[in-house]
Design a protein around this ligand. Structure first.
Ligand code: NDP
Length: 498
């Protein structure tokens, strides 16, 4: 079955499919097989400039379309995505490597977001509030920011794009989008869907290319008023600095070092399932992946044994095969990074229970496969317990109490997701209060966000903004306070108050 008909993708600017002005391109590689899927443009700064002017022009008209009508386009986008779910999922597995079941889940997340944000077209709630003066009306309304720039990573190439572009569009903005070079196919497919759904030209513009050229050029563009970024801390910090200099609004969603707490009264079978799913799903390349388990010493041995038994059953390979549970790492650089943490962990004195190697036998040598890995007797300050590895590597950290587990959970620079397995209702409520992360799960792993709730983290994970849910609208709108005085005379606030 041929799913990709093009040899080279094109940029989507002002409603037209255009070659990059640089004339340059690079190959998109299937991480499961190392085959080239398609070529993707490496655009120049001038392409960003063109996309920004198209967006600026289109936004003026788009902002005047009533929001419920803007939402109609998103409903159509959702319907087309639904109809095309299997095709999109297969393409997603091919370009990203995640197993097909997870790819279907990710595409579904985009569909859910389309319908949810379309609903916002009839809400976009502001506030009305009494004025302190007679015959005066006061309210606040959401106004679009104008042109927004979105920069997305390869690990959720369609879901994250929908978290950002759908709220931006329903709120009356136009978008310039730079997808990750590793996973441009989802962006290409989504742009085609927008086109088919009847989004006016210029409201979404996709410029493919490297972060250092296209991403940087987006930050330079004065007319791009917001940058919404998801990716690594290193790049996010750089973007924040540059946006700060330009007084540009910036929303950052970055790394995680997510922990699961397993208490001595936990349902261990459930805990094992939750850890496996959140640690080894997407080969540990989720920002919410579980990479630390704080286990009560009373159940440590049993948990170790059960986890090892279940890890041995995980099938690893090309995610298009329905029986595969763990796919490849995105590229060889990622693979080498994961491998380097195995030596770091051993040198630090952690005990390797299973995995810890690149898989190079049989079909595995064609792709970037890393064996699901479990360390135990990890100390909270070891690098493997502090740094984001972004691979299928879990560290078990023994603890003596709930308080110690919470303290260790909060001792990392990140604050995205955490979870606790316990039957104790008092500990459940204390945990949701004390775990310093943007997302907390009880009796589930660290992944599984639903699109109508805010998504993001505390501390080094972000800068206080949220994707997803109604909170996403705060990134893409400005609050405007409106006062209507119908008294027919000058009434001065704070002064003419009787
Ligand atoms: P990167 O930060 O390398 O890349 C993210 C995006 O930024 C890509 O589109 C990339 O472009 C672009 N980019 C790179 N350099 C620049 C630059 N100088 N200016 C502007 N844009 C730039 O991260 P990865 O894609 O490698 O993703 C992995 C990381 O992302 C992990 O650390 C993970 O934790 C984090 N992440 C966080 C999530 C969250 O919601 N908290 C969700 C998903 C991932 P290109 O690569 O094409 O050059």
């Amino acid at each position: 079955m041929t799913l990709i008909h093009e040899e080279q993708l094109k940029n989507f600017i002002d409603g037209k499919w255009v070659e990059p002005s640089s004339g340059k391109a690079t190959a998109v590689i299937n991480p499961a097989t190392s085959e080239t899927l398609v070529n993707v443009p490496l655009s120049a700064a001038s392409d960003v400039e063109e996309a920004t002017s198209a967006a600026k022009k289109a936004q003026k008209t788009w902002a005047l379309v009533p929001a419920p009508q803007r939402a109609e386009v998103l409903y159509r986008v959702g319907l087309i995505m639904k109809e095309r779910k299997e095709r999109l999922s297969q393409l997603l597995t091919m370009e990203n490597g995640k197993v097909i079941e997870e790819a279907r889940g990710e595409v579904q997340e985009g569909i859910d977001m389309a319908f949810y944000m379309a609903g916002e077209g009839r809400r976009l709630f502001g506030q009305t509030t009494p004025s302190e003066l007679k015959d005066k009306f006061a309210m606040s309304v959401r106004a679009p920011v104008g042109v927004v720039g979105i920069i997305t990573p390869w690990n959720f190439p369609i879901a994250i794009a929908t978290w950002k572009s759908f709220p931006a569009i329903v709120a009356g903005n136009a978008v310039v989008w730079k997808p990750a070079t590793e996973t441009p196919i989802m962006a290409y497919e989504l742009a085609k869907i927008f086109e088919e759904a009847g989004l006016p030209k210029g409201v979404i513009n996709v410029v493919f290319g490297s972060g250092s050229t296209v991403g940087e050029a987006m930050i330079e563009q004065q007319d791009i008023r917001v940058i919404s970024f998801t990716g690594s801390n290193e790049v996010g910090r750089g973007i924040a600095g540059k946006c700060g200099q330009r007084l540009k609004k910036v929303s950052l969603e970055m790394g995680g070092k997510n922990g699961v707490i397993v208490m001595d009264d936990a349902d261990l079978s459930l805990a094992v399932e939750g850890i496996l799913w959140s640690a080894y799903g997407t080969s540990g390349q989720r920002c919410t992946a579980c990479s630390r388990v704080m286990v009560h010493e009373k159940v440590k041995d049993e948990l170790e044994e059960r986890l090892q038994k279940e890890i041995a059953k995980l099938s690893i390979g090309n995610g298009l095969d329905e029986s595969i549970k763990v796919g490849p790492i995105i590229n060889s650089k990622g693979l080498e990074k994961v491998k380097s943490y195995i030596s770091i962990g051993k040198e630090e004195g952690a005990k390797l229970l299973t995995g810890g190697y690149i898989m190079e036998n049989g079909d595995h040598k064609k792709g970037n496969y890393f064996a699901p890995t479990l360390f135990t007797d990890v100390k909270p300050d070891m690098r493997i317990a502090q740094e984001e590895i972004f691979g299928p590597v879990v560290s078990l950290i023994p603890v003596k109490s709930f308080e110690e587990a919470v303290e260790i959970n909060n001792s990392v620079e990140f604050g995205l997701s955490s979870s606790i397995f316990t039957q104790n209702v008092n500990q459940v409520f204390a945990a949701q209060r004390d775990l310093d992360t943007g997302i907390v799960y009880v009796n589930a792993g660290t992944t599984g966000a639903e699109i109508h709730l805010p998504f993001g983290g505390t501390k080094g994970t972000g800068n206080g903004h949220r994707d997803s849910g109604v909170a996403a609208l705060d990134v893409f709108t400005e609050w405007k306070a409106v006062y209507v005085d119908f008294s027919g005379k000058l009434q001065r606030a704070q002064i003419d108050v009787e």
